[in-house]
Design a protein around this ligand. Sequence first.
Ligand SMILES: Nc1ncnc2c1ncn2[C@@H]1O[C@H](COP(=O)(O)OP(=O)(O)OP(=O)(O)O)[C@@H](O)[C@H]1O
Ligand SMILES: [Mg+2]
Length: 478
Amino acid sequence: MAKTTARYACQQCGAVAPRWAGRCEACGAWNSMVEELPRAAPPKSLGAAGATRRGRALDFVALRGSTAGPPRQLTGIAEFDRVCGGGLVAGSAILVGGDPGIGKSTLLLQAAAALAGRGTAAAYITGEEAVEQVRLRAERLGVGDSPVRLAAASSVRDIIAALDGAGAPEFVVIDSIQTMYLDTLDSAPGTVSQVRGAAQELIGLAKRRGLVVVLVGHVTKEGLIAGPRVLEHMVDTVLYFEGERGHQFRILRAVKNRYGATDEIGVFEMSDRGLVEVPNPSALFLADRSSAETGEGDEGGGRTAGAAVFAGIEGTRPLLVEVQALVAPSPLGTPRRAVVGWDATRLAMITAVLDARCGLSVGLNDIYLNIAGGLRIVEPAADLAVAAALISALTETPVPADAVIFGEIGLSGRVRPVAHAEARLKEAAKLGFGEAWVPVRPAARGVRPSEGLKVAPVGHLSELVARLSPPRRLRAAR
Ligand SMILES: Nc1ncnc2c1ncn2[C@@H]1O[C@H](COP(=O)(O)OP(=O)(O)OP(=O)(O)O)[C@@H](O)[C@H]1O
Ligand SMILES: [Mg+2]
């Protein structure tokens, strides 16, 4: 009799080991090894009934086909459509990941209802909630009457049977992939092999029948979609739905898209009637700021030092956000750093450059840095705005309220040009900013200033320091 040897698979990276270990050898994750029984026979696809042993010769075709581009279905939720690359492509699989309770089910129920409202047959299959719970949500979102087909199921065999026939819906939401199970596998739902197997079947169905299948994925503590990374390779599009707990707005971010640009974002606001699109996010992220400014005193004293507006780019869209810094003398030997929404390593680099190249002593202080509104910025173009907020906090000199800032800082202290300068300036001009502190550009590639916006180039970080510190204050600070 053949001996069935158990094997252990890491639930984080999918690595397989013959023995259990407290820590995965491959990715270093703790407590992630779970026993999985190998199957005696290689997996057989549920849909491929009567598959023959011998393969068929491939039918090679030319790259140029008769279709101009993939036809796209629009949900009418513009922020969602844009993140999907301008609409949903038939026969594609989309993975939507996000923290618990962030609003994945809400977003997808709204998308399904919007599509159904436009005459596309849409279905919502829930493995996590009861039908009644989804109905209650639909009621609250005001889509109770929409012709979305709803079912509670978790067996992939049942789901495929329901979707593989005539009259099947064109858009299917599976909420969530971790609750689905394949009865041909022995492991429990949510394990690597189940998640992978179930996803494989559902993606196969999408390709075969030309459906759009949206898989909801849970996110681990580390912020990755639970299950193997391989799941992200299997689908066509990976979207992350993110947002800060205490904030109303949510960001849908494309991290992979076979049919469109990545790093595209869609901004929504969570309300009691569900997710509401935010077509002008810059206005949202700067909202608190403008309300503070209306109440400011004669000498501009209403503005506090330590804030600078960064003109960023998210995907193809410009986005203005406020960078806030607080610099305080450190009572302890080791200065404290708290960074929200930005990279702590880059902050360390900028404080080092300010200390070494501009003669400031920022590094000895406690530093708190926050990107207002809970947004997360990854662009190095934010360097100059962060530096401006830090200098402004240290010297207690407010950055002019109508100035936007962007630029990358090199280790020499030189400010380097960044991409999409014109789009950034245009957005700033649109929102009524009067001044832009930007990197110096070679004359040939000079930035065309937008109307009503004064461009004030910054060549070196020390120029920014000079601009933000009245001489007596700087001396006092040192
Ligand atoms: N009555 C309500 N009024 C306002 N907001 C609500 C209400 N009910 C739910 N919400 C919002 O919806 C969120 C839950 O949304 P949803 O269930 O879509 O999240 P999810 O990402 O699917 O969560 P899970 O990971 O648990 O499936 C809550 O965190 C809350 O912000
Ligand atoms: Mg949910």
